[in-house]
Design a protein. Structure first.
Length: 286
């Protein structure tokens, strides 16, 4: 079996075939890892993986970081989180919605997430797509004057913080003191330099979980206006890729340092069952 990597059109997604994930040779790992850094997102279809094999793939990339809610861990593999809207056993099988808004995993934590990978177990005939946007393409597309303006800026991110305290998505007012203690405010660069490729990406996210409070050292009105401009820019169709799962047995790996993503589980009706395994690896401090 020889490994092939094919970029999907002019996107930032590549499809990989001919890789034996359960017996990953060092040579194939090198090809896979390089393809991941070059393309940002990898799709590996037609897999039949045990939960342990999937966890081992995650560990190959880096230190696996567990989800804080232990009850959604896979019963045989605590490093793997269940993502599911299935309640047919009388209680939820997993986290129902991991983020139907633009975000990068753990962007609000001191140490962010590098890779997140999903493995499809059950996929409905329609719906449940995952959207991605290329944060490096979005940076490159900015006018030079904007690049100069935002170059050294940092912003404060505070998990689930929002000006609109009545927003039910915020959950700010429902967080326990312990949850708040686990997610103190962090400061982030507006432009992140990828530690492995050296490329620059916009690193601000409109999604509510990321709780972007404002640009450090800037008047509130100016900061709000700049952030709105950047969000408008980032969310243009031209930077996006819509991933359709198709069916079970697909591994999807993305790089949180240079892409943002959005689930569509909020729009999924209760009769459309969608179950995936999820792993995320610990990143650095941007
Ligand atoms: O369910 C999805 O399509 C993506 C969920 C997500 O945001 C995540 O797993 O980090
Ligand atoms: Fe996510």
């Amino acid at each position: 079996m020889s490994i092939t990597v094919e970029r999907l059109g002019s996107s930032f997604v590549a499809e990989v075939h001919g890789v034996d994930i359960e017996n990953l040779s060092d040579a194939d790992w090198t090809v896979l890892h390089r393809a991941y850094l070059e393309n940002k997102i990898l799709v590996i279809p037609d897999q039949d993986l045990s939960v342990h094999a999937f966890a081992a793939l995650g560990a190959r990339f880096g230190e696996v970081v567990r989800h804080p809610v232990a009850k959604f861990a896979h019963p045989d593999e605590p490093d793997v989180m269940m993502l599911s809207n299935d309640t047919s056993y009388g209680k939820p099988v997993g986290v129902k919605d991991a983020g139907s808004f633009w975000h990068s995993d753990r962007s609000y934590m001191q140490r962010t997430s590098n890779e997140t990978m999903l493995y499809s177990v059950e996929i409905p005939d329609e719906g449940g797509d995952t959207y991605f946007a290329d944060l490096e393409a979005a940076y490159e597309d900015l006018p030079d004057a904007t690049k100069r303006r935002i170059g050294g800026l940092r912003y404060i991110s505070h998990y689930r913080w929002t000006k609109d305290r009545d927003d039910p998505e915020s959950r700010w007012s429902f967080m326990t003191p312990e949850e708040r203690a686990n997610t103190p405010p962090t400061d982030r660069p507006v432009v992140r330099i990828h530690p492995e490729t050296g490329r620059k990406a916009l690193f601000v996210f409109p999604g509510i979980t990321t709780g972007v409070k404002g640009i450090v050292g800037m008047e509130e009105a100016e900061s709000d206006a700049l952030l709105e401009d950047l969000y408008g820019h980032l969310t243009q169709d031209k930077f996006q890729y819509r991933f359709k799962w198709g069916g079970p047995g697909t591994v999807l790996i993305w790089d949180n340092r240079c892409v943002m993503h959005k689930a569509t589980t909020k729009q999924l009706s209760a009769d459309k069952i969608r179950t995936l395994y999820r792993i995320s690896t610990l990143g650095g401090v941007p």
